[in-house]
Every structure is written in C-alpha cells, then in structure tokens.
Design a protein around this ligand. Structure first.
Ligand code: HEM
Length: 530
C-alpha cells in the first residue's frame, strides 16, 4: 500500500443500500432516523398533488405529452420553487469560507477553579455541548481542502452562563499584529484583482514588506502547512486572554488544543494529488470517522502568566507574532474535547454558525491586544451582515442557557416572541429585571493592568526589529533537529511557491530569510537557482 492509499478516508455513501459502515445519507435509505412519510406542501402548508408539474395553458388539441403550452403566473408552486432557489446563497465568509464542522462535547479533566470562575471549567467531569467549525482561510467555499493554508478553529461551547467561543488557528502565531493590515494580508493570499487567479508575486511582495509575519510564514511552509486530516491538527488561541477568578484577580492565558490522534500532515505532492482526486478530502475524513463511531478528541491545555511576570517577560504578550516557549510557561491540562455527532444539515448547522472572540462567559476576559480588540468588533459585525441582526437566534447559535435581552428588539427574521409586551426600555418600573454580578461585559477585572493614566491619543504602528527574527530562527533550528530533516521540506515548499513569483520579489524574500539564518537563505537561493 502506498503512503497515499493509506490516507484515503472512508467515502460518504450515497448508495441505495448501506454497504459501507457509514450510514447512507439519502432519505430513500432505511437508516434515516425519521421514518414517518411526510406530505408535500407549499412553504405555507398548502398540500400539492405533485412536486414536478407546472400549470400551463394549452390548446385542447395539444397532446398531453407535448410541451407546447404557456406557463402561468398563477403557478405559486413553480414561482416559489424557482424564486427560493435564486436566494439559496447567503454571503460567503470573506475569509475562512471553506469548512468542515461537527458537534461534540467538552469535559473538564483538571481543576483550575483557582484561576477562573467560568462555570463550564469548574468541576472535574463537567460536560458542555460544543459546535466546531474548522476552515481554510484563503480558498473560497467549494475549493480543494488539501491546499497549503492556516486552518481556522471556531468552537462554540454552550455553557450555563451563555456561549463561550474559541476562535483560534492551527498555527500558534499570526502574520500580523496591527489589525488594520488584516484585509491586506488576506487579499495578498487570495486572488489578483485583475486576473482573478492566485498570484504568488502578490503573496510574497506582501510578506517581503511586512516581515513581522516571518515566523507564521515559516510554519505555513513547513510540513505543518497542510494537515492530513482535521482530526490530526492542533489549534492555538494565539492571543493572550485573561482568566478571572471570584476575587476579580486575573491570570494571563494562552489556550492550546492538542490532537489525541497525533499531528499528521501531508507532503506537498500527496496534497496536490488529493486536491484533484477528492477536493472534499477533509470533509469525507471527518464526517466518515464520526459516522462510524470513531470519535476524534483533543486535550485542552493552557499556559498561564501572572501580570507581574508579563511586565518582565522578554516578549510582548500582546504581540501575536510571538509564542511563549513551553520551557518558560509549561502546558497545564484542563479538559478534553470530543467530536461525536455530524450535522444533519451543513447549511443550517455549520454555514449559519457565527463565532466571535467577543462571545465570552464570566471568568474569561479579553486583554489589551490590539488585534483581539479589533476582532471583537469584526466578527459580530460580519455576522450581522452575513446572517442578519438576529443571527444569535438561529438554532446553531442559540445558547442553552436562558437569554433575556429585551433592549434588543425587532429586526429582520426575528422568530421568537420578541419579548411580547415586556418594556423595551431600561429601568422600567412596569416589570422588574434581576441582574447578576458586579461587572460589565467581558469581565473587566481589578488590578494594575486595567488602569490607564496620563494617556493621550496617538497613532501607533509596530516596527519590525531584530528580535522579530529570533523565534523564526528558533523554529528553523528546531526543524533541523527533526528526523528526517524538515528544514529540507521547508526550503522545498518555499521554492515551489516562491518560484512562481517574479525574480525581484524572489530576491527580496531571500533578504528576509537572511535575517533568520544565512544558511536557510542560501538554501532557498540555491533552490530557486538565483
Ligand atoms: C484583526 C485581525 C482579524 C480580523 C479583523 C478578522 C476578521 C474575520 C472575519 C470578518 C471573519 C469572517 C466571519 C464571518 O463572516 O462570520 C473571520 C473568520 C475567522 N477568523 Fe478572523 N480575523 C482576524 C484575525 C484572526 C486570528 C488572529 C485568528 C485566529 C487566532 C482568526 C480566526 C478566524 C476563524 C477561525 C474564522 C472562522 C470563523 C467561523 O468559522 O465562522 N482570525 N475573521
């Protein structure tokens, strides 16, 4: 068996009979859970004799088998069916459009109640329902899933005090640390505005001139840049968040989900072959595994840092181009995520899901990381545009805990009772409302790092300094210690991609790599025959 054959995921069966272990997905299969035969109706309930006729006006002499006739405007069935089809698409996510998702549960395995009062993290053995959506960033929906790209990890934990979203990535650092660059870095990874094709010159030109992303670029072009399966990738918060305890004290934290299946990646040649043979490779693999009861799981770890340690630490903890090396801040186990249920319908449960770093429960809080602050605005803003202002009411997004938010009313597609007769203004004497806790949204906590004195409004953009190349250098050296040597793969992957950029841009990229390591730059230069 070749390496590639080993990677073949089970195909999802759509056959009449379920010969494979994977349940047949068509309603004609007896394995469907709902066996009651439904009666076909129009959308407002009117029963109709056939799903495939059109009402026509035809001459008495025209044989029934002839198409010669006039279609009528009164045919609500035909008009409704066609009009709905034209409106089936909603705006695609501007990034992270190509995705796979599933349901599962999160279980607490270690007690961290001294660090956080988040209810879902308190009590070893406690379980919460989870929705996970894992996406590639640059490709459009429907693209090949084995493309080299960062994978996004969007996870909603349904807790007794509202939803907790973890909107992470499969690499621990990011390409930028200035939020205003986000549209630019993504455009450079997508399509050229003139040709509408991917453009490697544009890609490398962006990175040559925004070198704070060198660490992320090197991880992307290492073997970690193409996961073999969604089941075999890790995810990382990237940002520093806060854990807040009952006393209002906080600890800085980074989150890591580590796959219990072991990290596995694809080599470029295998990934390219699979992209042609089965563009839905990752979907088939995850869906098929869950369907046959082989449930993937991840262990959640945290790294924690006290505020006074943060002040002395050599790396800026709000700079998400940097990791906290594990030898400085070791991983501590917290819990286990298991995916155990496929969606019944991708659009309803995965496409309509909306995740945001601003969706937080008491006990977890944001920090002053400018990227995180910007993201907390961007995601709900995107969801209001993509799904409408009442997107939190969609079943896939709706909390399992009670919601009473009567000052947010009306709006398109409101499909609950809209708080009925309850007052729609604050401090109404006509109906009392209970309040809980003594803090505002997102757990504003006590302590020196929340005090801002003698400041003034100032423009700020980060500058690239020598120490921005230190962690990339550590990464390069680490690859050199692997067996077989992964430095060679990194160089080869870069050359394959960078080789399609114009020579000037290739030369400029080599200048960046020189700042990481002269030998690394030499190898790329040789690989490009420059
Ligand atoms: C300033 C920086 C960033 C901005 C402005 C931004 C903005 C966005 C937007 C607008 C979307 C589409 C949301 C939608 O249509 O529902 C998105 C998706 C996503 N982003 Fe970001 N992003 C940023 C950085 C990051 C970082 C650093 C990470 C990971 C650490 C990340 C992870 C994700 C994920 C996982 C998704 C997919 C969410 C889903 O499945 O619905 N993003 N981002």
């Amino acid at each position: 068996m070749t390496a590639l054959q080993n990677l073949q995921p089970p195909r999802i069966s759509t056959a009449d009979s379920c010969s494979s272990p994977i349940t047949c997905l068509l309603s004609r299969c007896g394995n469907m859970s709902d066996k009651k035969t439904p009666t076909y109706t129009l959308a407002e309930g009117c029963p109709i004799a056939s799903s495939s006729t059109a009402q026509t006006f035809r001459s008495k002499n025209t044989p029934a088998s002839s198409a010669k006739s006039l279609v009528l405007l009164q045919d609500t069935q035909l008009i409704e069916t066609l009009a709905h089809f034209s409106r089936e698409r909603i705006p695609e996510r501007v990034v992270h459009a190509l995705a796979v998702g599933a349901w599962g549960e999160f279980e607490v395995t270690k007690d961290i109640s001294s660090l956080t009062n988040a209810k879902f993290l308190n009590g070893v053995g406690k379980k919460s329902k989870v929705l996970l959506r894992v996406s590639a960033v640059a490709p459009q929906a429907g693209g090949a899933e084995t493309q080299r790209d960062v994978r996004g990890w969007a996870m909603k934990i349904f807790t007794e005090e509202g939803n907790q979203d973890f909107v992470f990535n499969s690499i621990p650092v990011f390409f930028i640390r200035d939020p205003i660059k986000f549209p630019s870095v993504n455009r450079s990874h997508k399509k050229n505005p003139a040709t509408n094709a991917s453009d490697n010159t544009m890609f490398w030109d962006y990175h040559n001139n925004n070198q704070e992303g060198t660490h992320a670029i090197m991880i992307l072009f290492s073997n970690r840049g193409i996961p073999a399966s969604i089941r075999t990738l890790n995810s990382y918060s990237g940002h520093t968040y806060k854990l807040v305890n009952d006393d209002g004290n906080f600890t800085y934290v980074k989150f890591h989900f580590k796959t219990n299946q072991g990290v596995k990646n694809l080599r470029q040649a295998d990934a390219d072959k699979l992209a042609g043979e089965n563009p839905d490779y990752h979907t088939d693999d995850l869906f098929g595994s869950i369907e046959k009861g082989d449930f993937p799981s991840w262990t959640l770890y945290i790294q924690t840092m006290k505020p006074d340690e943060a002040e002395k630490y050599r790396w800026d903890i709000f700079d998400m181009t940097k990791v906290w090396p594990h030898k400085d801040f070791p991983l501590q186990e917290v819990g286990k995520l298991t995916l155990n249920r496929n969606a019944q319908n991708y659009f309803a449960e995965i496409e309509q899901a909306a995740f945001s770093p601003s969706t937080m429960v008491p006990g977890i809080a944001p920090t002053a990381d400018p990227m995180l602050q910007a993201r907390m605005f961007a995601y709900p803003d995107a969801a209001r545009y993509r799904l409408g202002v009442n997107y939190q009411q969609l079943p896939c997004n709706s909390p399992v805990s009670p919601v009473y938010s009567p000052y947010q009313r009306d709006g398109a597609s409101r499909h609950d009772t809209n708080y009925g007769r309850d007052p729609n203004y604050v401090n109404a004497s006509l109906k009392t409302v209970n309040f809980k806790g003594d803090r505002g949204a997102n757990g504003v906590s006590d302590g020196g790092h929340e005090e801002w004195v003698a400041g003034k409004v100032q423009g700020y953009a980060t500058e690239v300094k020598d120490d921005d190349f230190e962690q990339p250098r550590m990464f390069w050296e680490m690859l050199g210690r692997t067996e077989p040597d992964e430095q060679r793969d990194l160089v080869s992957n870069i050359c394959t991609h960078l080789g399609k950029a114009i020579p000037r841009v290739q030369k400029e990229a080599i200048q960046t790599f020189k700042k990481v390591d002269a030998g690394f730059a030499d190898q790329v230069q040789k690989g490009l025959k420059l």
